[in-house]
Design a protein around this ligand. Structure first.
Ligand SMILES: NCC(=O)CCC(=O)O
Ligand SMILES: [Mg+2]
Length: 335
């Protein structure tokens, strides 16, 4: 006696069945988010015992190196694998050519060394671009017309990368969007013996309105003249992001980043589909501020908003996410 197979349809088929209890929802979850998925961006400032809250980024402060070390230990204890460091360079150390980026004793290098001393097991990602060091707030060198010149900037970025690697950086993350910089930096790292120093390329970085609070944090908002549209990508473009990623991978990037995050999850998903390499996203300062503002206005539950947005990155295909909510989210998840 054979029984004809009948494909199920409602009422036999009910997608709500597996959602009916918490244990079942947990069993059927396609993605999970945890502290191991986070990279925590931190802002370093001069002095000791200094905490400077950033008003446009509520809940985030600049810390002097001792405070950064304390944050690094908290991150490590919460299971966060990696920090991203950004310096707030004093005005008298900024210049047209950003040469403070090459100083082996600059704030970044001192912070890297202090973290490596106190918490050697946490990874350190360092940003490569000149905006924290220039008087004009652009990521590179300017010609007489104010255009950010590519090849001469790349030469300085090589020096900046080697300086960070020598101080102990684990992941060099060029965020400048100059053409050819990943290959040039990789070659220089190899030549200097930094074979295991990774490159996470800010491959698809958009000229975005979501970076405002970050510029406050590193002190470049008031300095920046004009915009960054002649090197960062046009938000209108998606296919071009795939070309940017392809080039950075061909030049030796170990992983790639899409930035900003939530408004560009379509790009994350396309990159993951097309290349199947480690993809990260940066949930940038303006996104963080938007979540904080909406929670403060009573539009939603802060913790739920944080965890839902972070899960969206995993669903889109991210290996991990740079987020200012990292410690808070890790502690929520750890319980
Ligand atoms: N290169 C790092 C950034 O530009 C961060 C932007 C942000 O958090 O708004
Ligand atoms: Mg590029």
């Amino acid at each position: 006696m054979s029984r004809a197979f009948q494909s199920a349809a409602y009422p036999a088929l009910r997608l709500r069945r597996t959602r009916a209890s918490a244990w079942s929802r947990s069993l059927h979850a396609e993605h999970r988010i945890g502290p191991q998925d986070f990279i925590w961006p931190l802002f370093v400032t001069e002095g000791s015992g200094v905490e400077e809250p950033i008003s446009s980024l509520p809940g985030v402060s600049r810390w002097s190196v001792d405070g950064i070390v304390a944050r690094a230990k908290e991150a490590r204890d919460a299971g966060i694998p990696c920090l991203a460091l950004f310096p707030n360079t004093q005005a008298d150390r900024r210049s047209d050519d950003g040469k403070e980026a090459l100083n082996p004793d600059n704030l970044m290098c001192r912070a890297i060394r202090a973290i490596k001393d106190a918490a050697p097991d946490i990874g350190i990602l360092t940003d490569v671009a000149l905006d924290p060091y220039t008087v004009h707030g652009q990521d590179g060198l300017l010609d007489d017309s104010g255009y950010v010149v590519n090849d001469a900037t790349v030469e300085v970025l090589i020096g900046q990368s080697l300086n960070q690697a020598a101080a102990g950086a684990d992941i060099i993350a060029p965020s400048d969007m100059m053409d050819g910089r990943v290959g040039a930096i990789r070659a220089a790292l190899e030549q200097d013996g930094h074979h295991n120093v990774q490159i996470m390329a800010y491959a698809a970085k958009y000229a975005s309105a979501f970076y405002g609070p970050f510029r406050d944090a590193v002190g470049s908002r008031g300095l920046l003249k004009g915009d960054k549209k002649n090197y960062q990508m046009d938000p209108a473009n998606g296919a071009e992001a795939l070309r940017e990623v392809a080039l950075d991978l061909a030049e030796g990037a170990d992983s790639v980043m899409v930035k900003p995050g939530l408004p560009y999850l379509d790009i994350v998903a396309r990159v993951k589909d097309a290349f199947d390499v480690p993809v990260f996203a940066y949930q940038v300062s303006g996104e963080y501020a938007m979540i904080e503002a909406s929670a403060a206005a009573g539009a939603g539950d802060r913790d739920a908003l944080v965890l839902e947005t972070l899960m969206a990155f995993k669903r889109a295909g991210c290996s991990g996410v740079l987020t200012y909510h990292a410690l808070h989210a890790a502690r929520l998840i750890n319980g």
